[in-house]
Design a protein around this ligand. Sequence first.
Ligand code: GTP
Ligand code: MG
Length: 333
Amino acid sequence: MTVDVKEHDDSMIGVSGLEDSEENELELYDLPGVGAATAERLKESGYDSVMSIAVASPGKLVDDAGCSEAVARKMINAARDSLKMGFISGIEVLEKRKKVMRVSTGSACFDELLGGGFETGSIVECFGEFGSGKTQIGHLLAVNCQKLDPGSVAIYIDTENTFRPERIKQLAIGAGLDPDDVLKNIKVAKAYNSDHQMLLAEKVSEIIRQEKLKVNVVIVDSLTAHFRAEFIGRGTLAERQQKINRHMHTLLKIADTNNACVYVTNQVQADPAQFFGDPTKAVGGHIVAHASTFRIYLRKGKKGSRVAKLIDAPNMPDGECNFFVETGGLKDA
Ligand code: GTP
Ligand code: MG
């Protein structure tokens, strides 16, 4: 995973945060430069904890709090210091990694491909053509995270109006869970356009804190469809990529601060430059590719099966597996 360090000063969230999501003793007004009025303004803009300041970028804080950039930097640094977000040893990273959970797909070969399932604390991207199973996997994760951690809640941002409670029920039964309980523990929001989608993502951490939810999986299906539909033509590409970049950073923070698996789906487009092999590539370009910790390419295989190909992972070899989408879940082919 690489994050553009120059533009976004919040790149140091990578190894931290997993254990800091609980209440910390410091309050917003304990930070330098934050008086009563600024604290109020910050709260109104959704900054409700020292952690939310620690993972903010100075530019965003200037906009939201109306302070100078120097003050914003001071605030962020103090917040990071108080949360010990500087360098830590490899051993400490290893210790934190022990908190990572893996949500099973129900297919042994798919789980194995990913080192045991979909990892929390990461962004996992599935891209592929229509009907390749991206949405099915989203539904499955919303169910299986509850099997892994009973009482936990899945958050589902639905941009294509394809969330189906009926499908959740089938998968819940397949997983041996009570379908109504599972449905109660999924929070769904429909995103009507890309701005709305970004806003919903920005609200996720706030909702988790306010409602004291235990969230292991956040689904954004589809990550890129609205952006693709709204920004048409070469002239709009830069603006589109900037917005996607901001969105990815929001998602990265959600994954890191809540130790959640953020599952995003992505479409493919024809790559006219490719003459040999598979002429498809993921939408969203390098920005989505770099921000995703795991990238999986899904396609239709033989006899109605699906093929998942791991093409980018920090600690797993690239590989492929075959499975079927069935009423009750995934099954090895
Ligand atoms: P787009 O969103 O259109 O890009 O596609 P997608 O990748 O999200 O596809 P999706 O996950 O919606 O996959 C749809 C496919 O899953 C269907 O064509 C079926 O093959 C399969 N599927 C969906 N529901 C069921 C089910 O209840 N039983 C079985 N056996 N297959 C199902
Ligand atoms: Mg879909």
